[in-house]
Design a protein around this ligand. Structure first.
Ligand SMILES: [Zn+2]
Ligand SMILES: [Zn+2]
Length: 304
């Protein structure tokens, strides 16, 4: 990823449904400073995806959240998600969360979970946490550990159900198994779910619309060769669309190759508006209504 050289492109009231603030910190950004700048440029809220299991990193996430809450005039409204990424499900990255998933720990409703999952379950229950994830399935990068990924996903579905929190799903080349798992009646999500960085087929959209899912699109929807993604974005009813960066990854077309961040998300919204033949203001208002519906705690201003 190249350094950031382009100016922010934001609209007042816009949000980012999926951003890895810890990874932005790791590539050298002053996270507090950029959050204040995005807020000044219009970003109203942001979902921070916390995948770092260590106590120290978790406390960094919590401190940041509390700081943002205490100074709403300076910072966007932060939401926090905690989970195990499917690519970490086998513990190869050394995740403290997943030792139990690997050795066959039980779910939140079963016998005492082993320590790794117990830690995740404790964090998932916290008032500061509004969503579980990103979890899901990724058969593109890891075909060989499908079973572990599925177990990890099922455990996190259990957490989302138990604590009535939104589930954030990562899906790559695994449409069929994702649909099978998420459409089971026992896996119904009381607080709903997000298909993040959506790249699935139209059949998956149909199946998950019925289950109340929202579909979040990232900067790759703007790439020149991404006709299929723009087609998918057009197929999702406007009232189920969300928008994200997945920063630091997937910077949108005009700034492609640079470190991505929430300040670039306006480029993605321009494309989503075109996919639905809408004016940008109309799309912005729709995206905000959807975000507010999924997270009533946000209390966004000026919604009609
Ligand atoms: Zn993802
Ligand atoms: Zn992500």
């Amino acid at each position: 990823m190249k350094p950031i050289t382009s100016p922010n492109h934001l609209y007042p009231g816009l949000y980012d449904s999926h951003c890895h603030l810890f990874l932005l910190r790791k590539v050298g950004l002053d996270v507090r400073a950029v959050l204040r700048q995005w807020r000044a440029d219009g970003l109203e809220s942001l979902m921070n995806i916390a995948l770092e299991p260590s106590e120290e990193d978790w406390n960094w996430h919590l401190d940041l959240l509390r700081e943002c809450r205490n100074q709403p005039e300076l910072y966007p409204k932060l939401l926090l998600a905690v989970g195990i990424h499917p690519n970490d499900a086998d513990g190869s990255s050394g995740s403290r969360y997943v030792s139990a998933a690997v050795t066959g720990g039980s779910g939140p409703d079963g016998d005492a979970p082993e320590p790794g999952l117990e830690l995740l379950a404790r964090r998932a229950a916290m008032e500061e946490v509004q969503a579980i994830g990103e979890t899901g399935l990724d058969y593109y990068r890891a075909e060989e550990n499908k079973e572990l990924q599925q177990k990890s996903l099922e455990f996190q579905i259990g957490l989302a159900r138990q604590h009535r929190k939104v589930l954030v799903i990562h899906n790559r080349d695994s449409d069929e198994d994702i649909r099978d798992l998420l459409c089971r009646s026992e896996n119904q999500l009381p607080a709903g779910g997000i298909m993040h960085c959506f790249s699935g087929n139209p059949a998956l959209i149909d199946a998950l619309l019925d289950k109340g899912f929202y579909f979040s699109f990232a900067g790759n929807v703007s790439y020149k060769n991404a006709e299929n993604l723009r087609h998918a974005a057009g197929l999702v009813p406007a009232e189920r669309l969300l928008i994200e960066t997945d920063a630091p990854f997937l910077a949108p077309q005009p700034v492609r190759g640079q470190i991505n961040h929430s300040g670039f998300i306006g480029h993605t919204m321009d494309v989503l508006a075109r996919c639905h033949g809408m004016e940008t203001e109309t799309m912005l208002a729709q995206l905000r209504r959807n975000w507010q519906r999924l997270f009533p705690c946000l209390d966004l201003n000026d919604l009609d």
